[in-house]
Design a protein around this ligand. Structure first.
Ligand code: C5P
Length: 317
């Protein structure tokens, strides 16, 4: 195999509780995580060297980039003397709490495993991924999971009941370490019942799932637009709305597609990055080989641009 294409989904936290502080400064978490139909798209080609392109993205390409870290970990672990020419079309907002960087790492691990026929097991990939970022093992597993510890205890749950998510990324993102540091100073009035949410998912009960939703980092994220976005989502019929991860993205859960679409339309008047998504059942995965797509060099995507005419609406954040 000379080239693989990988889809790596973003995640939302249907709940996030902080239950303790570990000796290494990391936080002991209890969460329900869900992958959604918003994807990073990776193209990996065999090459003697390692290279990475992120067309249209401002994310720096250096040794701290999770995709580079994942590729380095893969080649070190397998002992394969090779490299890869990697291109990632980033669709997942950055500093959003949606695990875009972890999705990139998971996509690289899964993609290189296929490209080089290394046959690493899911647990080997998760062990490699855990060293790169706390959310990488979940980004590999995907679907609906109860995730505890620092992201290392993962229990697959039945798929979350069918619903629609409207996800809004405000103009200013959040740094994860800074959000946790603020939590250490401020604490939180919110501690969601993740066990109750797991039970609701097992019952296929969207309303109880939403009743148990909450994020212990929401009040200390520093993301000032969260209350306003939640208000708009709720006014358009979201069953619940909350911040994901350490922020700054905020999402609403809708049972009704028309209400979700109306919420998206309203929020697009104010925000540039607004997404409509559904639950996804998996994690990072290689797409089946397609000669028409995979034989040609990948097209160079345009930088992220607002598809609508400028000046049509009031300025957006
Ligand atoms: O592992 P990851 O790079 O996603 O984590 C970023 C930062 O978030 C860590 O350096 C740490 O400060 C904080 N963190 C934490 N507890 C966790 C996960 C992350 O304190 N469970």
């Amino acid at each position: 195999m000379k080239q693989v294409t990988v889809l790596a989904p973003a995640k939302l936290n249907l709940s996030l509780d902080v239950v303790g502080l570990l000796p290494n400064g990391y936080h002991d978490l209890d969460m329900v995580m869900q992958t959604i139909t918003l994807y990073e798209r990776l193209t990996l080609r065999r090459s003697p060297e390692l290279s990475l392109r992120l067309p249209g993205s401002w994310v720096p390409v250096n040794e701290k980039n999770t995709a580079i870290k994942a590729a380095t970990a893969f080649f070190n672990y397998t002992g394969i003397a090779g490299g890869a020419d990697m291109e990632i079309v980033k669709k997942v907002p950055v500093r959003a709490g949606m695990a875009g960087g972890s999705a990139d790492a998971a996509g690289v691990l899964v993609g290189l495993n296929a490209l080089y026929g290394a046959h690493l097991s899911m647990s080997e990939l998760c062990a490699l991924g855990a060293k790169i970022g706390a959310d990488v093992p979940f980004a590999l597993m995907g679907g609906t999971c109860r995730v505890q510890g620092v992201g290392d205890f993962i229990k697959a749950l039945p798929p979350c009941p069918q619903c629609w998510f409207v996800v809004v990324m405000p103009s200013v993102g959040v740094s994860t370490p800074e959000a946790f540091a603020r939590y250490d100073r401020m604490g939180s009035p919110v501690h969601p019942d993740c066990a109750a949410q797991e039970a609701a998912i097992r019952d296929g009960d969207l309303y109880n799932l939403c009743a148990a939703a909450g994020n212990a980092l929401e009040h200390c994220s520093g993301a000032v637009e969260t209350p306003h976005i939640k208000e708009v989502l709720n006014a358009h019929g979201a069953i619940t709305s909350l911040m994901t991860g350490s922020g700054a993205a905020v999402f609403g859960v809708f049972e009704d597609e028309a209400k979700a679409r109306a919420a998206r339309t309203a929020l697009r008047e104010e925000y540039r990055q607004v997404y409509l998504a559904r639950p996804d059942k998996g994690g990072a995965r290689v797409l089946p080989y397609r000669p028409d797509r995979d034989r040609k060099p990948a097209p160079r995507p345009q930088p992220d641009r607002d598809p609508r005419e400028p000046g049509k609406n009031k300025p957006r954040r």
